[in-house]
Design a binder for this molecule. Sequence first.
Ligand code: FES
Length: 163
Amino acid sequence: MADDGQDSKVQDAAEESMPRRVFFAAGAGLVGACYAGAIGYPVYRFLSTPAHKSAAEEAALREVSFSADKLPAPGTAYLFKFGSHNAILIRLEDSSLVCFDRTCTHLGCTVEFQPKEKRIHCACHGGVYDMNTGKNVSGPPPKPLKQYRVEVTADGQVVISRA
Ligand code: FES
């Protein structure tokens, strides 16, 4: 009789622990699925991006153009894309135009135009570039920003091309 009571307690405990086992197994499965997704999704994105084709298309892209209506006022800038690159067209105080790739030459952060400070600044490590020339003037950037050629055509187009 005593054995029957103990057996039923063991059986009850086993039955009670089954949902707990199922719960932990489901939890482990969910955690595993999250890890698989965290690792698998970037791999999927990397493999599904036609990198070679984009690089070729990128190299083939020689110029971009837009309406001169978008020309910034003196002392301000217009941001746009040159292919996949962020670019900036700055109208200097004397109304001349300069255009740069916004990729910092240190570690590739996107630089910002700071009109009040009259400079181009990289917030990542404090790199500073001359807004007139794109030349690196302080901080870690090892070389000037990549510069684009700017032309305003007679038919009212701004043409930005690789220098
Ligand atoms: Fe711009 Fe380091 S990435 S200063």
